[in-house]
Design a protein around this ligand. Sequence first.
Ligand code: TTP
Ligand code: MG
Length: 394
Amino acid sequence: MSGSSPNLDRAILHVDMDAFYASVEQRDDPKLRGLPVIIGGTGRRGVVATASYEARKFGVGSAMPTAQAKQRCPHGVYLAPRMSRYVEASVQIFEIFREFTPQVEGLSLDEAFLDVSASRSLLGSPMKMADALKARVRQRCDLACTVGVAHNKLLAKLGSGLGKPDGIRQIQPDEAATVLAGLPIGRLWTVGEQTAARLQTIGIHRIGDLQQARADSLARVLGRRAEPLRLLALGLDERPVVVGRADKSIGAEETFEQDIRQLDQALAVLMRLTERAAARLRGALHQAAVVQVKLRKPPFITHTRQRRMQPPSASTDVLYASARELLERWWQEQSSPALRLVGVSFEVASEEQIQQDLFAVAPAKRALEDQINAKFGSGGVVRARGLRAKDPDT
Ligand code: TTP
Ligand code: MG
């Protein structure tokens, strides 16, 4: 194997809440406990966001049309999502995560990686921390989560998947390859449908097949991705935990009972969705770096259009102006425009993007910077980047 030897010394936790939206509803309304609860669009064309574990027994799961879920589980309790409640719970659990380490990388409202390597001397073994974390989430939020424990992100995430629900699952370095071997190839990080299909043409169906594959046949179907993927298949993953990447994207969408054929009507929906998503963005103290609209026309053709925000923004008006332009342009391109779904989502800006754009683009802020520099002498305000470049220690 090329490159440096893997670092087995890290301690990474992957925490993922169990049936998140459904569990919050069951917690808030004790009558729902023990029942099959399905959260999602309740209209004729609605889609399931998640289902309680009681409902999963009937074969109901995320992204399934609600109509199909109702066939499989007619006695289930069907509820529309209450995003603000889930955002509140999310803020609480992330506070708990940060009690174990500042190295927290949020992946979504209910999921994060924690690098607890440096916390061991103070808080004990990673298993002990996983135990304590689960107990705090239970005590303070009355919710269950599952924790994967390993020396890298790939295996920690695999562990939480295997430990669900309400469990802790550690994967040791020497069992990693064996645990991975039996899983379907699509379960490997970065392997999407296309890659899986390509691998299947050379007889690779399980991760174990990939571990054993000949380098030349692998390179033929995957090119330069072959070697990195083979290392992942063996459980080797050196990606660091990147702090503060919570909620990479926040969005809202709606599927219509009847296709929308009026631009005004589409824009009214877009406004409502933008308001909802922007409120969540602000609630999480984020700004949007990219606005994306998702437009699905009948029967089921999905287009996306996006635009970068410079500077990033969390203002409903500003974000709506961009989303509206994207939708209008799409509308004009269609010969007979019709929509069965409209969605809007925001890619969350990193601190760095916010800093850069503050100085690089916004003319008002730029003018302010000039005024300050005029008052305090130049250098009163310098760009974060410039500061870093000048400082030899960082
Ligand atoms: P997940 O963590 O994928 O699912 P979950 O927490 O409901 O269940 P578990 O982790 O125990 O398997 O997603 C977290 C929440 O994100 C989920 O409760 C609802 C929302 N979600 C959607 O809205 N649509 C989706 O397609 C998925 C997968 C999740
Ligand atoms: Mg979850």
